[in-house]
Design a protein around this ligand. Structure first.
Ligand SMILES: C[S@@+](CC[C@H](N)C(=O)[O-])C[C@H]1O[C@@H](n2cnc3c(N)ncnc32)[C@H](O)[C@@H]1O
Length: 440
């Protein structure tokens, strides 16, 4: 699920079929909520994820026509890959966020022996030593997010995992245990986490779980999911590439005949920040300032923190040949955004965000055209945006760029409105989310 640029609480329109006693219909295509009850999917709560059941339906529809090679160029937590395996399709994904890619690769180790994993993780739990922990070296955010007792316990789990990883060559079992630890961190913290996984040290939450209990029950759940999943159809193992959708370099020419994906939206969400807590805990970053080099630089430019580095080049970027199909329209919108910027205290460079976002997405379409077959079906879950209240027709521009890259045609099917409840909104532009269908 994605939030609008300034509407952090998404307004889900519930269409009640009044008078005939039918329950409200809510489109959950673009939300991760279903996945929290599904084996493997639920190992890490990635709010950016979309519905596994909807993905399953799409893959099965395509399978009725013949063999399927499904690609997700923005794989995130691997929803399409895990469902591809279940539906007996060949599945490949690309993810550019190093930490998220590692999580997804680890989920794909579900074929390991569940008992071996359980024993491996329990051995680590049995080696934890709380008494002698020196936790002073953790970054400030970690001290803001955990009480000393819980941080000591988490640290002892981390140290025991590291010691075992250094001695033991069983990478899958080590990585599954790493994921168990990653996925309990937020439940052991008394501070709030926003709907979008940002950490909110000033908000508190009532339920805080003891790290050892959380780890034990997470390991049990993962082992149980591995057993359940082994009783379901296996399908060929899916592959996750840590790479870039703008070149799809690991995908052979014409490989995919189905693409199901949800790219970053042009809505100023910083994916790098979504795993700041976890990366800080594991010592991969010291603080927010390290996120650019550790993560953001690999990603599609979809937030102002990232795009701002290109403020000086924005009018050159707008002249790139790949943007020419939407050249006049995007230049007009960027000029308006540039002028509007001066009227706002924050002076957010949304004009640069929009120019760089579409420049990146234009490259992605060229790469995707090469990686897909002539008869491919492509579905992008996408939403539009309105920075400073200036409307950006995201799905139209993405469709135009796809056709310019060599795809046959596109259509857009709205699945829900956003920003329709005016209260507390910074602008009144109605926004929507839906499926951009592209014909190969
Ligand atoms: C909306 S999320 C996809 C979530 C996914 N559908 C799921 O169910 O977990 C978009 C993903 O694109 C990734 N991303 C951003 N830039 C990328 C790039 N250049 N290449 C590949 N992935 C990228 C982000 O890190 C993020 O995980």
């Amino acid at each position: 699920m994605q939030t609008g640029l300034v509407d952090s609480k998404v307004a889900v329109e519930q269409k009640t079929l009044e008078g005939i006693g039918v329950a409200p219909v809510v489109d959950t295509t673009s939300t991760f909520s279903d996945n929290l009850s599904l084996p493997i999917h639920r190992w890490f709560r990635y709010s950016a994820g979309f519905s596994a059941l909807w993905v399953r339906k799409l893959i099965n529809q395509e399978k009725a026509k013949g063999p399927v090679n499904v690609l997700d160029p923005f794989a995130g937590s691997g929803t399409v890959l895990i469902e591809g395996e279940l539906c007996d399709a060949k599945a490949a994904g690309i993810e550019a966020h190093p930490f998220v890619a590692r999580i997804t690769k680890t989920k794909l180790y579900w074929r390991e022996n569940p008992d071996d994993f359980y024993d491996y993780a329990h051995n680590i739990l049995s080696k934890t030593k709380v008494q002698e922990r020196d936790i002073s070296g953790y970054p400030k955010l970690i001290h803001q997010c955990f009480l000393p007792e819980n941080l000591s316990k988490l640290d002892s789990l981390r140290r025991a995992w590291e010691a075992e990883a250094a001695n033991n060559v069983n990478l899958p079992l080590s990585e599954l245990t790493w994921l168990a630890l990653v996925s309990i961190l937020r439940s052991c913290s008394p501070v709030g986490t926003a709907q979008w996984q940002y950490v909110l040290p000033n908000k508190s939450k009532a339920k805080v779980i003891d790290p050892y209990d959380a780890f034990e029950s997470r390991v049990r759940l993962m082992a149980q999911d591995m057993r359940v999943r082994r009783r379901q159809p296996l399908g060929p193992p899916a592959t996750l590439y840590f790479g870039d959708a703008r070149d799809c370099i690991d995908i052979p020419d014409g490989w995919a005949n189905l693409v199901i994906t949800s790219p970053p939206y042009a809505n100023n969400y910083d994916y790098a920040d979504s795993t700041r807590l976890e990366m800080s805990f594991f010592g991969e970053i010291e603080g927010w300032g390290d996120l650019h080099n550790a993560v953001r630089k690999y990603l599609i430019r979809s937030c102002t923190q990232h795009a701002a580095k290109h403020n000086k080049e924005v009018y050159t970027i707008l002249k790139e040949p790949l943007l020419s199909p939407i050249g006049e329209e995007i230049s007009e919108v960027c000029k308006l955004l540039d002028a509007e910027r001066a009227k706002h205290g924050g002076q957010k460079p949304y004009h640069t965000l929009i120019a760089t976002y579409f420049s990146d997405m234009a490259k992605m379409w060229v790469a995707l055209r090469r990686a897909t077959s002539d008869d491919s079906s492509i579905c992008f879950v996408i939403g539009d945006s309105a920075p400073y209240g200036i409307y950006v027709p995201v799905h139209k521009w993405l469709g135009d760029l796809a056709v310019a890259a060599g795809f046959k045609s596109y259509s857009f099917e709205k699945t829900r409105d956003r920003n329709v409840k005016w209260k507390n909104r910074k602008h009144r532009i109605p926004l929507c989310e839906g499926h951009l269908w592209i014909k190969g």
